[in-house]
Design a protein around this ligand. Structure first.
Ligand code: BGP
Length: 485
């Protein structure tokens, strides 16, 4: 099999709002993710809905300091107090890099302050120092569903152009502070997911919004401008830095060879590639005009915006890959097909599904890598990939997560195929390298880690860390640079 590049960046990924906890320490403010609860009374097929359907009532309740509700993303797995122990475990596996995010609200609690919060800056100084002590390269997302809640309630979120300046104030503060510690930066996590959950992506509460599509894409435009200006600043402050965009990439395939299915698939895939097109190429693609006409969107673009986008495209493309989905132009005519609730597509009858309904498609990763490389001819980085599963503790205390090893092994094999195809892939951080809170459901029981954390969906447990079977498996994958799978 093809070898991975000798300096391939093997590692793992988390995000501040899912891993840290310490929500009320060090001066941190509330982020949009600190509003989510896990409602176990919902039927399982609607657990993911909770991510999409934010209400003004929920936001108001979350701002009540006397609220008795449990907010899982305020607690994570308590990495805030365990980071030295956890990073030592990552080092034991041989991580070359570790992807996480800087919680915007640790640095600017409300988001519109002028001076950064020193206690927040100090925490990440200590965390990055611990990583570098072990030879682990930080890969840092600036915004991973963690914008300040205050910017939502007082400014209306990203549709307000002022948020560009607040974001840049945050970005420049951390570029300056960590210029000798962090080289790899991602501007926005899954910037394309504004399509499905505008609240957590651009700070727009869907409920009763007069023109949701307009708000989504105006917010996205301001993020494109902010991303380009942050890329400019990063290159000026950290000359050898590499800045990437990040999209959630689900390969979409036609449910049949019916030309209508094929056309619908091309249009659907473009709804995500639109975001990397703008950030990687530096301009709005030709199909934007028709797409916006059909959505009733008329962007407010200021003089100079287009020049900013053109001048400061990203250096690389990163993306999350978990699953693929089939697309049908006429789902109502499909007698036996099952809807794929998670992706809004159709279940692919050739593929198995995870316990959360995500369809497992390793060969789809090879196709996705080739599609993205053909499209952009820029280096690629897999920022997320993994299997969320229920892990059972055996009588001897072990966790035999062979199902996770199988999932990861099959995807890494397809990465090798893509490299053999000529794709420039320079890193891989499997998602949730340690058990953390799920983004879409806020559950702890949807586990991804090589490291088990004793904590349940309600936050009960000792938070004790223990190695699963996959811990030693991944350690050997890294030690052999992908040869021993
Ligand atoms: C992506 C997010 C991550 C991560 C991942 C897994 O959308 O970028 O934050 O959570 O999904 O999803 P989940 O945690 O819902 O299983």
């Amino acid at each position: 099999m093809t070898k991975f590049p000798k300096d391939f960046l093997w590692g793992g990924a988390t995000a501040a709002h899912q891993v840290e906890g310490g929500f009320d320490e060090g001066g941190k403010g509330l982020s949009v993710s600190d509003v989510y609860t896990f409602d176990s009374t919902l039927p399982k097929e609607h657990w993911t809905d909770q991510w999409h359907l934010m209400t003004h009532q929920q936001v108001a309740e979350a701002q009540d300091p006397h609220s008795k509700k449990y907010y899982p993303k305020r607690h994570g797995n308590d990495f805030y107090h365990h980071f030295k122990e956890d990073i030592a475990l990552f080092a034991e596996m041989g991580f070359k890099c570790y992807r996480t995010s800087i919680a915007w609200t640790r640095i600017f609690p409300h988001g519109d302050e002028t001076a950064p919060n020193e206690a927040g800056l100090k925490f990440y100084d200590e965390m990055f120092d611990e990583l570098l002590k072990h030879g682990i390269e930080p890969v840092v997302s600036l915004s991973h569903y963690e914008m300040p809640l205050y910017l939502v309630t007082e400014y209306g979120g990203w549709p307000n152009r002022k948020v560009i300046d607040f974001y840049l104030n945050f970005a420049i503060a951390v570029f300056e502070r960590y210029k000798n510690k962090v080289k790899y930066w991602l501007t926005f996590n899954e910037i394309n997911c504004v399509k499905h959950h505008p609240y957590v992506s651009v700070g727009v509460i869907e409920e009763n919004h007069p023109n949701l599509e307009q708000a989504k894409y105006q917010g996205a435009h301001h993020q494109f401008v902010a991303s380009a200006l942050a890329t400019k600043a990063c290159h000026e402050i950290i000359p050898d830095s590499k800045v990437g965009c990040m999209i959630s990439y689900q390969l979409l395939v036609p449910y049949s060879c019916d030309p209508d299915d094929v056309q619908k698939t091309v249009e659907s895939q473009r709804t995500s590639l639109f975001f990397s097109d703008v950030q990687a190429r530096g301009y709005y693609p030709a199909y934007t005009k028709r797409m916006f006409e059909e959505k009733g969107v008329e962007l407010a673009v200021e003089v100079g915006d287009e020049e900013i986008l053109r001048q400061y495209p990203v250096d690389f493309i990163s993306f999350s890959y978990y699953m693929s989905s089939a697309v049908s132009a006429h789902p109502e005519k499909l007698e036996h097909a099952e809807g794929n609730l998670i992706t809004g597509g159709i279940k692919n009858p050739y593929l198995p599904s995870s316990e959360w309904g995500w369809q497992v498609d390793p060969k789809g990763l090879r196709i996705a890598l080739n599609q993205l490389y053909d499209r952009y001819q820029k280096p690629l980085f897999i920022a997320e990939n993994g299997l969320g599963a229920i892990d059972e503790i055996q009588a001897d205390g072990s966790i035999q997560d062979d199902y996770r090893i199988d999932y990861l092994r099959q995807h890494i094999e397809q990465m090798q195929e893509a490299i053999h195809d000529g794709v420039d892939l320079f890193g891989y951080t499997s998602w949730g390298c340690i058990d953390i809170v799920s983004a879409s459901t806020s559950q702890m029981s949807k586990r991804y880690g090589y490291i088990y954390v004793d904590q349940d969906d309600e936050g009960n447990g000792t938070k004790k860390r223990s190695k699963k079977k996959s811990f030693d498996w991944y350690k050997e994958v890294i030690a052999s640079n992908g040869e021993n799978l």
